[in-house]
Design a protein around this ligand. Structure first.
Ligand SMILES: C[S@@+](CC[C@H](N)C(=O)[O-])C[C@H]1O[C@@H](n2cnc3c(N)ncnc32)[C@H](O)[C@@H]1O
Length: 214
């Protein structure tokens, strides 16, 4: 299903009330867990937001490209990288990933909750095509949960991802041709974060990791 999460939407989010909190996000725990056994190489964080994951990868020796459609998100990311002394280890690219083409493939392509104005699974197909031979695809997304998914999107209730942006592990793995991909992880999980006002927020995640066969 096509939805309206276009450049204007994301720029409004990153210029809005929640931006300050989003700009202090911590690296995604699924990334930290899934990447720990990989040798560093080149990495793309697709829809990197304020850069927590890209910066974490750079700290671990990866040569990282963080790409996002929102100007303000990348400004936060560049500031954080500079504050960490990693400004020269991450390249920030302002791009619409539904049309952008990389000039090389990456040893790791990862994405965390990015949902552009194109069907979610088509987006995952697209970024999967940017993984180099023997490289890794890591998708961390909103888990589709019929009882909790909203039709509206982010902004008001962070516990309810938009239905059009949410998927299941089976949705993703069905798109990964076993002749091309060696599936390493397909997991659905819940975790609790501290949200606005210190209230606990339940996050439902889907995590899929696969290695491209040589
Ligand atoms: C929910 S935020 C997640 C940000 C970050 N990955 C994180 O986990 O904190 C989704 C991000 O995807 C970006 N995004 C959405 N559509 C995009 C597109 N077409 N191209 C590039 N980035 C996009 C948004 O600007 C936003 O920063």
């Amino acid at each position: 299903m096509t939805h309206s999460f276009d450049r204007g939407y994301w720029n409004r989010i990153w210029d809005g009330d929640r931006a300050a909190a989003m700009a202090t996000s911590q690296p995604n725990p699924h990334l930290m867990r899934e990447v720990s056994d990989l040798a560093p190489g080149t990495a793309l964080d697709a829809g990197c937001g304020a850069g927590a994951e890209a910066i974490w990868l750079a700290t671990g020796g990866w040569q990282v490209t963080g790409a996002d459609i929102a100007t303000a998100a990348l400004a936060h990311a560049a500031e954080r990288a500079a504050a960490s002394g990693l400004a020269d280890r991450v390249r920030w690219v302002e791009a619409d990933l539904s049309t952008w083409q990389p000039d090389a493939r990456y040893d790791l392509v990862t994405t965390h909750y990015a949902h552009p104005a194109m069907p979610q699974l088509d987006f995952y197909d697209r970024i999967a095509s940017w993984v180099a031979p023997a490289g890794t695809l890591l998708i961390v997304g909103h888990l589709h949960d019929q009882d909790h998914a909203s039709t509206a999107g982010h902004g008001h209730d962070e516990t309810e991802p938009p239905a059009s942006a949410s998927v299941t592990a089976a949705d993703i793995t069905a798109r990964l041709d076993p002749l091309v991909w060696d599936l390493r992880t397909a997991r659905e999980s819940h975790r609790t974060l501290t949200g606005h006002g210190g209230h606990p927020v339940s996050i439902r995640d889907v995590v899929v990791r696969a290695s491209r066969r040589s």
